[in-house]
Each structure stands twice: as structure tokens, then as C-alpha cells.
Ligand binder design. Structure first.
Ligand code: KG4
Ligand code: ZN
Length: 354
């Protein structure tokens, strides 16, 4: 089937058309298959940059402007008619921004008489490793689980244990700032533009990762929770006390501290639960050092490593189509998988009822 997906939870307006087939049958090793037919993203970074972060009402205005433009680029009415389902992000995200996508999707669904499915943004990130990649073999669902999944974005840092594609538990979350949020805040302290992650990554390449020993909060705690506001505060005090410091060293040492914590906890969970694979997703997963190190450490413990292509780490609608298809499977299955409920929800909070 073909899915038309819409994502407007933050500062990217995104539309995609994705082909999806197959269901879930772990005993035969089969699973859903996806083909990205169209994937369009209109980034608002330049608009929010002067404000140092996303301004919800500006995001709303831009989404309203961009949605019809993207739909036209996608092929307009002709493409909507060919879609079997429309999927739209219903949360978590910025409410004024979310509503623009939901309203747009509802109008299309009504006009073209298509079923409408609400997709959870974090499930989109979680399932983004299912998006096919050039040069990578199809995912073998028989050898995938249990899997430990790390989602690191601007709003969330979550570690999950996936027993199957439809059954997972949250092992831990951040108690304060998300990893991406810490990157954005430290970037601001270093006078780098928004979004901070890519800027810190660039600056860190010229710095010494061992120059400053920033704390690694909760790294030895026996739970799977995270805390990043302490590192951020340490950077603030360090800059106050050492105004002539080399900024590249601060960026590199900070990046290393965040990555050390993310890797340590993910690998410890993978060992504890004898994970056959480790998956990484969300905007911070675009960080090359994080990808490289987690891949290396996963291999060391005999676990396969999955991370989506760069363009599917940042917010996009292809992953929303994948999450929408999983919800569709859940609903159409008889029994178990259809039950939904909290167990299958990454964040019931913030989801808008459509
Ligand atoms: O998933 P995403 O696009 O949006 C949310 O759902 O929040 O993630 C955006 C976050 C931002 O905080 C951004 O600074 C961070 O991902 N990010 C990075 C990198 N690229 C984006 N963080 C570290 N290194 C990067 N290369
Ligand atoms: Zn996201």
C-alpha cells in the first residue's frame, strides 16, 4: 500500500510517500518492507536562527505556508488519490505546529476519502532503522530481538528494550535536558548558531577531547536514566572561569562527555538483556562520533548495529509513514498486536486525539 505522511511537530515541514508491504511474523523472520517513493523536507532553521531556538508561532506560520507548496511539489491531487492511507504526526511536539499538520491531513482525508492515522513522532524515530539503505541487506527480523534502542533528539533521550517490533519497554529517559537540547544550549554559550548539534560537532573536530574533564552524570548509576543539565552547567562555569579558553576544546570535551554517557548506558543495557542488536535514532544520531563509537562498541559485544541514513535522523515524514504503517498493522491485526494501549506508546502524553 501507499502511505502519504505529514510531519509538522517542530521546525521541519515534511511530506513523504512511502510504499509499505508485509506484516509481522517473527517465527518466519519476515517483517514489514518499505520503499521511500518521495521524501520532501522544508527546513525552517534560517527563520528560527535569530531567536536561538524554535519559536512555536513562527513554526506554525511557516508550516501553514509550506504544506501546500510541498504537496504541489509531490505531485498534488494525483498523488493523494493514489495513497491508501494518510498518516500524520499527532505528538509529541509543539502543539501549534502539530495542529497545522493535523488540520491539513484531516482536510485531505475528508476531501479524498482516505483513512487517517495518527502517528507518534518518537515511534517514527524508533522505527526509522527500517527505512531501506543502499548497500545494506534487508533487516532479518529473526535475528533482531531483543534489541536495545537509543532515541536521542532535541526533545527526548530514551533507552528502550524491544522484544519485538510491537512490544517494548522503556528502560530509562532523561530526568532533565534531552541530549540534543544540551548540544543546543552549550552551542549558545559558545556563540554558535541554532541548531547547536552540527555546529558543536564541526568545532569539536579542531579541539582536544581530553582537554577538560566535564562530568559524566549518572554514568555509574545502576539505572538507565540520563541527566544532561549538569554537564551544561559545568560548561557554563568553566567558560565563566576560563574566558580565554580554546572554544574548540570546550566543544570537543563536551561532545565526548555526552557521548560517553550515551554509549556506556546503551552498551550496559545491551549486555544485561543479551541484545542481538542496538539501534540509534533521532537528530543527535546524525553525530558521526556517536554513530561510529556505538557501532564499534556494539560489534565488540556481538550485537548488530542499526542507524538510519543521515537524512532520516533529523525530522522527516518517511519515518512517520513507517510509524503510521505500524499503527495500521496494529489496528488490523486480530488479537494481541491490535490492543494498543500504553505498552505500545512511547509517549501517550502530548499525543493529540484525531
Ligand atoms: O530529531 P530532531 O530533528 O528533532 C526533535 O525531534 O527534537 O533532533 C534535533 C536535535 C537538535 O537538538 C540538534 O542540535 C541535534 O538534534 N543534532 C545533533 C546533530 N545534528 C542534529 N546533535 C549532535 N550532533 C549532530 N551532528
Ligand atoms: Zn524528532
Amino acid at each position: 500500500m501507499k502511505i502519504l505522511a505529514i510531519e509538522t511537530s517542530c521546525d521541519e515541514t515534511a511530506l513523504a510517500i512511502v510504499g509499505a508491504s508485509g506484516g509481522i511474523n517473527p517465527s518466519t523472520g519476515s517483517g514489514p518492507k518499505f520503499k521511500i517513493l518521495e521524501n520532501l523536507v522544508a527546513s525552517q532553521i534560517k527563520i528560527h536562527r535569530p531567536f536561538g531556538g524554535v519559536v512555536p508561532n513562527l513554526a506554525k506560520r511557516e508550516h501553514i505556508k509550506n504544506l501546500p507548496i510541498l504537496l504541489k511539489k509531490l505531485g498534488g491531487e494525483r498523488k493523494v488519490r493514489k495513497a491508501d492511507i494518510i498518516a500524520v504526526t499527532v505528538g509529541p511536539g509543539l502543539e501549534p505546529a502539530l495542529w497545522t499538520g493535523i488540520t491539513f491531513a484531516k482536510e485531505l482525508a475528508k476531501k479524498y476519502k482516505k483513512p487517517l492515522i495518527g502517528a507518534n513522532h518518537l515511534e517514527g524515530h524508533l522505527y526509522s532503522f527500517l527505512i531501506p539503505q543502499k548497500g545494506r541487506r534487508a533487516v532479518n527480523f529473526k535475528k533482531l530481538f531483543p534489541a536495545v534502542s537509543l532515541i536521542v533528539s532535541g526533545g527526548h533521550t530514551v533507552l528502550l528494550l524491544m522484544r519485538s517490533l510491537e512490544n517494548w519497554d522503556t528502560l530509562g529517559e532523561t530526568r532533565d535536558d534531552a541530549a540534543g537540547e544540551a548540544f543546543d544550549k552549550v552551542a549558545r554559550m559558545l556563540d554558535l548558531p541554532y541548531p547547536g548539534g552540527p555546529e558543536i560537532e564541526k568545532l569539536a573536530l579542531r579541539g582536544n577531547r581530553e582537554a577538560i574533564n566535564f562530568p559524566r552524570p549518572m554514568i555509574y548509576d545502576k539505572n538507565y536514566e540520563f541527566s544532561f543539565s549538569g554537564i551544561k552547567t559545568s560548561v557554563l562555569y568553566y567558560l565563566r572561569d576560563n574566558p580565554k579558553t580554546e572554544k574548540a576544546d570546550v566543544a570537543a570535551s563536551f561532545e565526548q562527555a555526552v557521548i560517553d554517557v550515551l554509549i556506556a548506558k546503551t552498551i550496559r543495557a545491551a549486555k544485561e538483556f543479551s541484545a542481538k542488536s542496538v539501534t540509534l535514532s533521532g537528530g543527535v544520531a546524525a553525530n558521526k562520533l556517536l554513530r561510529k563509537t556505538l557501532k564499534k562498541e556494539s560489534k565488540k559485544i556481538g550485537a548488530k548495529f542499526f542507524v538510519p541514513d543521515f537524512k532520516y535522523n533529523l525530522d522527516n515524514a518517511a519515518m512517520i509513514a513507517v510509524a503510521g504503517y505500524m499503527t495500521h498493522l496494529r489496528r488490523s491485526a486480530k488479537g494481541g498486536f491490535a490492543s494498543g494501549g500504553k505498552k505500545y506508546k512511547l509517549s501517550a502524553q502530548g499525543d493529540i486525539d484525531i
